[in-house]
Design a protein around this ligand. Structure first.
Ligand SMILES: NC(=O)c1ccc[n+]([C@@H]2O[C@H](COP(=O)([O-])OP(=O)(O)OC[C@H]3O[C@@H](n4cnc5c(N)ncnc54)[C@H](OP(=O)(O)O)[C@@H]3O)[C@@H](O)[C@H]2O)c1
Length: 309
């Protein structure tokens, strides 16, 4: 079967290659992939991996063979799921705890956007408990995680503010947020604060500035450094305000507490009901995977980029 592998000399450093078919373990279903979506983090990882390494987290497709232990969806079921790596392939062996069933109305293209971006948004928002009547700020709001996060914050009953970096991406975010601010640092979002919860993925000055926009007892969840990893913060006003805290979020740690299948079932239900929307920038065929990765890497994407098999 064909799978995407790292190949330095190929466009975007990725190519399609012939690899052995997967051999599912007792708790794994065999899935034929219909669509995948790309995430900035995995494209970043491909840059440091040797030729032959197989990237890929998100996919949607059809169960070809149910797990031998009887767990998970039956053969023929349409599913969304994720792997720790290697999901950009025609067929996958997937632990059933990482799968959720899809209703017929949800396309593979839309479902494939959910795993890393949707679960990160869902589980990060969950860190502050009930969002009813809270003020939430999402930085990096035009990205894959950001567009899900602003929508889910609203669905949870919060007033959702979005901080968008580049002005040309603003309009895409407007339908999903209560307030949209544009700027290269967090002070652009000061008017909507102070915030009870901030989902922060830009790093650098945005991280430092966002900390000072927290309300008393507010929480900043940091999960990305799209701009910069290092940050210098003014410590005194941070603590003097009272009760502010920072949570370091990495999705693979959160998934040890709540497996992907559970969160994906919640997200897929919202998608099927039409209460959650997906912003798909483009859909490309798998033969153009290198171009897709380059586009995401060069920040030419708003929302999610999907690739079909
Ligand atoms: N910890 C975890 O478990 C976890 C999970 C998922 C994602 N992440 C990380 O979270 C971040 C967002 O993920 P994603 O998939 O949503 O990525 P994405 O779709 O590429 O979005 C990145 C966002 O960051 C903004 N951005 C980039 N450079 C910026 C800068 N210099 N200043 C301000 N904004 C900037 C982009 O806006 P412009 O294009 O306008 O610059 C865009 O809105 C990534 O860094 C990713 O690695 C971490």
């Amino acid at each position: 079967m064909k799978a995407v592998v790292v190949e330095r000399a190929a466009p975007g450093g990725l190519n399609l290659s012939e690899v052995p078919d997967p051999e599912p373990l007792p708790f794994e279903a065999l899935v034929r992939v219909g669509a995948i979506s790309l995430n900035l983090g995995e494209v970043r990882r491909t840059k440091n991996k040797p030729d032959g390494w197989r990237p890929g987290w998100d996919f949607a497709g059809t169960v070809e063979r149910a797990a031998p232990d009887g767990s998970g969806p039956p053969a023929g079921a349409r599913v969304v799921g994720m792997l720790d790596e290697g999901a950009w392939a025609e067929r996958l062996a997937v632990p059933t705890k990482n799968l959720a069933a899809l209703s017929d109305g949800v396309t593979f293209e839309r479902a494939a956007t959910l795993p890393i971006a949707g679960l990160t948004a869902l589980y990060a928002l969950g860190k502050r408990g009930s969002l009813l009547g809270r003020r939430v700020l999402v930085t990096g709001a035009s990205g894959g995680v950001g567009i899900f996060a602003t929508q889910l914050a609203r669905l949870g009953g919060a007033r959702a503010a979005a901080l968008v970096h580049r002005p040309e991406k603003r309009d895409a975010v407007v339908p999903y947020a209560d307030d949209v601010y544009v700027g290269a640092d967090a002070s652009a979002a000061r008017d909507g604060g102070p915030y009870d919860l901030i989902l922060e993925s830009v790093g650098g000055e945005v991280f430092a500035g966002a900390l000072q926009l927290l309300a008393r007892d507010g929480l900043l969840v940091t999960f990305g450094t799209s701009a910069e990893s290092r940050s210098t913060i003014d410590v005194a006003p941070f603590y003097a305000h009272g009760g502010r805290s920072i949570y370091g979020f990495i999705i693979f740690h959160e998934l040890e507490r709540e497996p992907a299948g559970l969160g994906l079932a919640r997200l897929a239900a919202l998608l099927a009901a039409g209460t959650l929307d997906v912003h798909i920038d483009d859909v490309l065929p798998i033969a153009r995977i290198g171009e897709a990765a380059e586009r995401l890497w060069n920040r030419g994407v708003t929302g999610k980029l999907v690739v079909t098999f």
